[in-house]
Design a protein around this ligand. Sequence first.
Ligand SMILES: Cc1cc2nc3c(=O)[nH]c(=O)nc-3n(C[C@H](O)[C@H](O)[C@H](O)COP(=O)(O)OP(=O)(O)OC[C@H]3O[C@@H](n4cnc5c(N)ncnc54)[C@H](O)[C@@H]3O)c2cc1C
Length: 447
Amino acid sequence: MSKLFDIIVIGGGPAGSTTATFLARKGYQVLLLEKEKFPREHVGESLLPFCYHVLKDLGVLSEMESRFSRKPGVTFGNSTGENNSHWCFRQEIKDDSYLSFHVRRAEFDDLLLKNSRKNGATVQEETTVLKVDLSSPEKAIVYAESPDGNALQYEARMVIDASGQQTFLARQLKTRRPFESLAPRAAYSTHWGNAELSPELKAGHIKIIYLGGAEKAGWIWMIPLAGGRLSVGLAINMEYANRQRRILSQEHDNWQEALYFQELESSPAVQEILANASTLGSVNINGDFSYYSEEKWGSNFAIVGDASAFLDPVFSSGIYLAIKGAQLVVEGIDQWLRDSHQEGIEKAYTDIAGAYKLVEKLINTYYDPSYIQWDALGGISTSSDFRQTESAFSLVHLVLAGDFFTNYDRYQQALEMFRDPNRLEQFKHLAHSNTAADLEPICTDFS
Ligand SMILES: Cc1cc2nc3c(=O)[nH]c(=O)nc-3n(C[C@H](O)[C@H](O)[C@H](O)COP(=O)(O)OP(=O)(O)OC[C@H]3O[C@@H](n4cnc5c(N)ncnc54)[C@H](O)[C@@H]3O)c2cc1C
């Protein structure tokens, strides 16, 4: 005999917990099934400023402020350390939301999941969804397994898949596809202690260091977390990693760990920061970047967050895409279930598709050597000619901050503008600044 709910959510990461909280608040009977016991570790620690308003709507902002380190901007650097461009969100965002967060994901995801419970959702951890029957358009039957191996069965008007990279429904429906414009990449990461932070890391910036080379197309992230931890990750082309496997496995038991250290050592900029540092855990591996589900919703299901699509994490876009997308989908589902109007959910998925298209284009600017070189573009400008480039300058800040969901067409056209070498040169010249000293008044002045 099935237990009956209005909505069943698969997965308790940021997308699932956001969906469950907002639906429960609207009075729906929500069941969230999560296969792990929280808190559990997860990659993806740097949040965009545009998350701020969703976190406020969720009611977790003050808790976030008391627990996590703050992020006023982003710095793009090159491997040698000669080029750095600093982007400070306060240049363009004039309210408190300019100051974003870096989070330990175990803590952040746990906070959001507890918040779902607090808002009325029924949350069952250590419960794995095994199969969903969508054959009747008016309902979904969910088959799951309890921690002690017992078979469970639930029924709801709709099921929302928020299973992350497991892509539960896309696999079941066979609708998972790669993003053709993006090469498959893998990531290797761990936390470090005792790092010698550069001024921008001290100020709280995420630092993205390009390793260069078409075959690698690699980059390193550095994220200053609370408690003196520095998260350091390497993202690299899968083809390059596979070639390295053949070489490194001749001498190393763990070729992936060897690859991680080899690439970190290849960058003088990274070495300066990690010279006296040591790792605080083993190296985690994440692969399979960049896919989407061709179908994202139907009469009895919807897919949110990484379960619906995942893009290369170079611009730290994943959590914002997941939680803002979930918030929009909840509004659409509510309209549909209450008034049988599909316009809301159609509009939600149109805006979500626009946001992903914009982020995909932005990612392509990072890897295309004939396009924008992010480390050589000046983020801070004190130039008196600044006003001439104000719109391009402000556009880049807003896109980096996460303004994906409303102006995606306009921003896509503007990014295309940078393909014109003359326009790009003009922008570089007028907005260029390369010194960490410039950071002082703009990026560090927060309490
Ligand atoms: C290398 C890397 C670096 C990243 N860096 C950043 C970053 O700096 N900033 C950023 O914003 N984003 C980053 N991301 C992306 C970010 O981690 C994701 O976008 C985000 O976690 C998406 O949340 P989600 O809720 O959709 O999925 P998840 O957080 O993965 O949650 C999915 C949940 O579903 C559960 N689940 C799966 N299958 C089942 C099942 N069958 N039954 C029950 N439960 C199930 C899982 O246990 C999990 O808890 C990064 C990603 C990668 C790979």
